[in-house]
Design a protein. Structure first.
Length: 381
């Protein structure tokens, strides 16, 4: 199989990660931190992974790294823990994923918050001048932006967005699921940052991170037992326990730690360069095929990992089916959890796009096989 759905979930998972998770599942309990040897070993594994994540994300206070089940879990905890009022304004980029959009839509129904879109230029890049004006007209309570679009691979100007949001007195939530491990992310000015371990960082399903900026503490949206005073029915104030009720997925957390080890070992710049070269190669080859439409940023320096395309005469689902059935190539079709984006792509006749997601272990041969298959399908129509 040629696997090119890494924007959904990275595959394969590195052997060192699988070996570590298998070892933990066989030898250690899920309970952590209690007064016996193996529980203390389990707790040490969690804290070792937390230290790695803090170093990786340039966080000085390790306790502000909170382990969650996924980016979706983390976003729900942050958004659900904020004190909302009717009329509060939240700006989202048109590239936002449903891990943010659906919780916000629920809050809109519950509290009457207003959800506004960040403006785009005709070339589908963020219009920062218009953004600044909109922030003046409608003071935001929160600005949400994904780092890399799950549809077009556009790298958003995160630093500029954060600066304008801070000037407007707003908090900022960044979804870094498709950038962490490929782009060195500075978190100093971010109030909230979330990512899933199973996407661009190459870790396992079941572990993600919620990074809390300095001084920003939402309410504990999910409650449950911790290793603190069990007689107190309120969640503890101390971090990270306040946001980690119940048993963590210990093997997945340790697997995430091993994924970070691999990124450190290889180097983010090296991994970015490889990914960018494969992305550019795929764009070049697909763009040369008659009947193929490619949906990418105009500025190629702001593009990474993801190449969406369609073949005229087929819906995106039909194209993905043919690639799977006849060529054993795994790609994703549809809206990719980001319906707002498709308003700008004129892809209605295709019911979305076919998406190729390049991962840590994608090879040039994988790209060549996809291009050959697409060329054959297009020629047969």
């Amino acid at each position: 199989m040629v696997y090119l759905d890494n924007a959904s979930s990275s595959f394969p998972v590195h052997k060192s990660i699988c070996d570590e998770m298998d070892r933990i599942n066989r030898l250690l309990p899920a309970a952590a931190g209690y007064d016996y040897h193996y529980a203390r070993l389990t707790m040490q594994l969690i804290e070792d992974a937390r230290q790695k994540a803090a170093q990786f994300m340039h966080i000085n206070n390790v306790n502000r790294v909170i382990f969650t089940a996924s980016a979706t879990d983390a976003a729900n905890r942050i958004l659900g823990g904020m004190d909302w009022h009717s009329g509060d304004v939240v700006f989202v980029s048109p590239y936002e994923h449903n891990c943010v959009l659906r919780p916000l839509n629920r809050l809109k129904d519950m509290y009457g918050i207003r959800i506004c879109e960040l403006p785009l230029h005709d070339n589908l890049e963020l219009n920062l001048d218009r953004l600044k004006a909109l922030f003046s007209e409608n003071k935001p309570r929160l600005v949400c932006c994904t780092y890399v679009s799950s549809v077009t691979g556009y790298i958003l100007p995160i630093k500029d967005i954060i600066n304008e949001a801070k000037n407007a007195g707003s908090r900022v939530l960044v979804d870094a699921s498709l950038s962490v491990g490929l782009i060195d992310i500075e978190t100093d000015d971010v109030d909230f940052l979330v990512f899933s371990g199973h996407k661009s960082i190459g870790g396992p399903v079941g572990a993600g991170c919620m990074i809390l900026g300095r001084g920003v503490l939402p309410d504990a949206y999910i409650s449950g037992d911790t290793m603190s005073d069990s007689s107190d029915l309120c969640m503890p104030k101390a971090l990270p326990a306040r946001y980690e009720p119940g048993c963590l997925n210990v093997s997945a957390v340790a697997g995430l730690g091993r994924a970070i080890d691999y990124i450190f070992q290889e180097g983010i710049k090296k991994l970015y360069t490889k990914n960018k070269a494969l992305t550019d190669l795929l764009v070049k080859e697909l763009s040369s095929i008659e009947r193929v439409r490619v949906y990418i940023p105009e500025n190629r320096e702001k593009h990474l990992s993801i190449v969406s395309f369609n073949i005229e005469g087929l819906t995106c689902d039909e194209c993905a089916y043919l690639l799977d059935r006849h060529y054993d190539i795994a790609v994703k079709s549809g809206l990719h959890g980001a319906a707002l984006t498709h308003k700008y792509l004129s892809d209605e006749d295709f019911n979305g796009t076919v998406r190729a997601g390049i991962g840590l272990f994608t090879t040039q041969k994988d790209i060549e096989e996809l291009v050959c298959a697409v060329r054959n399908i297009a020629a047969s129509l």
